[in-house]
Write a protein that binds this ligand. Structure first.
Ligand SMILES: *Cc1c(COP(=O)(O)O)cnc(C)c1O
Length: 393
C-alpha cells in the first residue's frame, strides 16, 4: 500500500467520527431549535463560587502552573467531601488527583491501567468518551447492556458475570448512569463488588452525577464496599454538581498506588488543570448541605415537568432516578430509528434531542431510544414540550 492510501486517522480511532453532541448542538444552532440534547445547564452555578474564581484570578492564585496533582486547597476539600458524604477517607497528598474534568480522569485512568489486548467491561449504553478512551488505550470494550425492566434500566448480574474473562482488566461503571438515569442499587453494587474481588479486577467508577439523585434512590460509591477501596478509582466532577461545565474541574480519589498510576498518564495529557477554578471549586465543595438539597429539589421538579410533558406528547418515558436526563422510546409514534428521528426533529418541531442508539454496540438494543435533558429553565422546558406536542398530529 502506498503512503497516500493510508488513512490519516489511525486504526484505533477509525470508528470514531464527530461526537453526536457536536452534531446535534450544531443542528440546534442552525435551526434555532431548543437544545435538549447536550447536558449543560442554561443557568450558571452559585454566585459566591463565581466570585471565588474572580478573587483567585485577581489575587494571582493559580495564574501560573499550579501543582501537578492539583492545588492543596482543592485536594483537601475533595478528601473532606468524600469523608463527610460517604465516610471514605483519602490522604489529600497521595490519594487525590485533580484533573481537567472527569473526561481527562477517564482517559488518564484507562491509559494508565489498560494494556493493549486487555478487556474492559462497560455498561451499555455508555458515555461516549468511554469507547474512544478504551480504544486509545488499546483495550477491547465488552459491553453489558442495561435493559428496561418495570420502568427502570436494570443490570443483569448474570450477564455481567458472563462478560468477565481471563483477559478482563477492569470494570468501567457509571452510576448515576448517563443516559438512562438509572442509579445502581445496593444489591447491584454488592454483586459488582463481589465479582471484582473474586476476579481481582480493577474498577473505575464515574460518579459525576453523585449529587443528582431523586425519590428513594441513594448514591453509594463502589469504594465503600468490602475489598473495594484498594481496587477502585472513583471519578468526580464539579461541572454537573455546581453548574459550571465550562470550568472542567474533575478529580480522582483512590488508593495511593492507583492515584500514582493515573497521575503518570495525566502528567502527559494536560500536566495541570486551570488554576483559579480549582480554588473556587474548593469553596464550592464546602457549601452547606442545603445547597446540594436545593439543587436536587430543583432538578427533581424539572424532571417531573419534562417527564409529564414528554408523556403528554406521546413518548414512552423511562423515569430516571438520577442525572439530568430522561430516556424515552419513540415506538408509540410508530417510529423505530432514533437517529433519523433526532435528525428530523428540529425541522418537525424545533427541538433537539440525542439518539441513545449511538451509545450502544448492539445496534438493536437502543434503536428507538431518544434522550432529553432537563437541566434547563422551566420556561424552556415548557416551551419544548409544547412544541413536541405537535408530533402526534
Ligand atoms: C458530563 C459527563 C462527564 C464529563 O465530565 P467533565 O467534568 O465535564 O469532563 C463524564 N461522565 C459522564 C457520565 C458525564 O455525563
Amino acid at each position: 500500500m502506498t503512503s497516500s492510501a493510508r488513512p490519516l486517522l489511525n486504526r484505533r480511532l477509525a470508528e470514531f467520527g464527530t461526537t453526536v453532541f457536536a452534531e446535534m448542538s450544531a443542528l440546534a444552532l442552525r435551526t434555532g431549535s431548543i437544545n435538549l440534547g447536550q447536558g449543560f445547564p442554561d443557568t450558571d452555578g452559585p454566585e459566591e463560587v463565581r466570585e471565588a474564581a474572580v478573587r483567585a484570578l485577581r489575587d494571582g492564585r493559580g495564574n501560573q502552573y499550579p501543582p501537578g496533582p492539583g492545588v492543596p486547597e482543592l485536594r483537601t476539600a475533595i478528601a473532606a467531601h468524600q469523608e463527610r458524604r460517604y465516610g471514605l477517607s483519602y490522604d489529600p497528598d497521595t490519594e487525590v488527583l485533580v484533573t481537567a474534568g472527569a473526561t481527562e480522569a477517564i482517559a488518564a485512568a484507562l491509559l494508565a491501567l489498560v494494556e493493549p489486548g486487555d478487556e474492559v467491561v462497560a455498561l451499555e449504553p455508555y458515555y461516549d468518551s468511554y469507547a474512544a478512551c478504551i480504544a486509545m488505550a488499546g483495550g477491547t470494550r465488552v459491553p453489558v447492556t442495561l435493559r428496561p425492566h418495570e420502568g427502570r434500566f436494570r443490570l443483569d448480574l448474570d450477564e455481567l458475570r458472563a462478560a468477565v474473562t481471563d483477559r478482563t482488566r477492569l470494570l468501567l461503571i457509571n452510576t448515576p448512569h448517563n443516559p438512562t438515569g438509572t442509579v445502581l442499587t445496593r444489591e447491584e453494587l454488592t454483586a459488582i463488588a463481589e465479582l471484582a474481588v473474586e476476579r481481582e479486577l480493577l474498577v473505575v467508577t464515574d460518579e459525576v452525577y453523585e449529587h443528582l439523585v431523586f425519590d428513594e434512590a441513594e448514591h453509594v460509591p463502589l469504594a465503600t464496599f468490602p475489598g473495594m477501596r484498594e481496587r477502585t478509582v472513583s471519578i468526580g466532577s464539579a461541572g454537573k454538581t455546581f453548574s459550571f461545565t465550562g470550568w472542567k474541574v474533575g478529580w480522582v480519589t483512590a488508593a495511593g498506588p492507583l492515584v500514582l498510576a493515573v497521575r503518570t498518564a495525566k502528567q502527559y495529557l494536560t500536566y495541570v488543570s486551570a488554576g483559579p477554578f480549582q480554588y473556587a471549586i474548593a469553596e464550592a465543595l464546602r457549601l452547606p448541605d442545603a445547597y446540594f438539597d436545593t439543587v436536587r429539589a430543583d432538578l427533581h421538579r424539572k424532571r417531573d415537568l419534562l417527564g409529564d410533558g414528554l408523556r403528554a406528547a406521546g413518548f414512552e418515558v423511562y423515569q430516571p432516578q438520577g442525572t439530568y436526563f430522561i430516556t424515552t422510546d419513540i415506538t408509540p409514534f410508530g417510529e423505530k430509528d432514533a437517529y433519523a428521528f433526532c435528525r428530523a426533529l428540529p425541522e418537525r418541531c424545533g427541538v433537539v434531542a440525542i439518539p441513545n442508539s449511538v451509545f450502544y454496540d448492539d445496534p438493536e438494543a437502543g434503536h428507538s431510544q431518544v434522550r432529553f435533558t432537563f437541566c434547563k429553565r422551566d420556561d424552556v422546558l415548557t416551551e419544548a414540550t409544547n412544541r413536541l406536542r405537535g408530533l402526534a398530529s
